[in-house]
Design a binder for this molecule. Sequence first.
Ligand code: ATP
Ligand code: MG
Length: 424
Amino acid sequence: MKKNFQSIRGMHDFLPKDLSIFNNIKNILIKILNNYCYSEINMPILENTNLFTRTIGNITDIVEKEMYSFTDQSGNSLTLRPEGTVGCVRACIENGLIYNQIQKLWYLGPMFRYERPQKGRYRQFYQLGVEAFGFDGPDIDVELIMLTVRWWKKLNLLPYLNLEINSIGSLQSRLIYQKELIIFLNKNKLSLDLESRKKILTNPLRILDTKNKNVQLLLKQGPKLHDYFDKPSYVYFEQLCQLLDSMNINYQINSLLVRGLDYYNDTVFEWTTKYLGSQNTICAGGRYNSLVSYIGNQSVPAIGLALGMERLMLLFKNIYQTSCIKSNFSIDINILFSNYTIESMQLAEEIRNKFPNLKVMINYSGGSIKKQLKKANKFFTLIVLFFFKNKNHEFVVSMQNLKKNSVIYLFKHEVIETLSKIFN
Ligand code: ATP
Ligand code: MG
């Protein structure tokens, strides 16, 4: 293929095999979201650029260097959404969904960030976002975390994931703390890496979640955010931990876990894993009581999370090798192999009418019986039907059950009834 016809760097095609794992995982996640009364919302992928610059801010990685922005033919600056929360808040305000009412919402779709592509980090990636509006917490914060625990349990991934939580207090207390932190960092500037040094001026709190081990060690000697909490934040975090304890949820307090954005407050949490290399955060959440008033004109308490679907899939595949995924998500295909195409098509339609949940496939390309059976196995087929004519020139169907290794011979009109016994 000519070089300019490759997919864009960091953006990949989802092929049927991966997509079936993706959808199976998605269905499990959604079922549990329903269980907690979250409803789906869908926003456009494009938003006005200033929605992001005014909320996420100019000094964050996302706005500074990761956004895909362009000017449309009317001269408007538009951006491919780098995340879902602000678009969701915009949609909720515009459609009157969150003032003076509660709302629990989820969405799933592609996000776009111009990052350095690597395993688990892409330029187009799928996020499942969950947002709860109008709840003060901390009980809803714990409920949201419990929902994630249920996700991992259902996917058999809980043993491979760690919950880290923290509180970042209120904006006021953070500003006081930030001043002290800047003094400390300036004193120790020589021990900082280049990236962190730049952030002293732009976003010092973001230095706390650096991946640089030496900087992490240095920070241990610095001022602690928790020492600057005001009383309500202190009580809130205590209640959060107590509730998590009484729901038997395991967690670690990571005092370096932060969000660099002003509109976040109190609760932050992340699910991390040791099984994915450096892109080890699967799901990140936090409380953002100030965001709604940045976009609209009323203040609404809110908490949300974003789950990286590709990272979750990578983890799932690492833990459960492909064979296990197959058996976890096995599909029954009834393949009708035959030289008698019309009879097969008619019977296939009858089967589809009667069993809308079964997967029915006809092997139009023919081939020897051996070859057809090989194909059937490749598709994890349960039942294989062959048409042939008996010595009285009547159509007869052989029904092979590949799992039980058995064959029976039927007249055409007996097929549906026999399948009913198998599938009902
Ligand atoms: P990171 O520190 O990995 O860059 P982040 O703080 O930018 O993460 P969030 O904006 O909180 O990430 O996004 C929530 C989740 O979305 C992440 O935990 C991750 O699972 C996923 N995610 C974020 N960026 C990417 C990306 N470029 N490719 C794939 N998944 C991503
Ligand atoms: Mg990032």
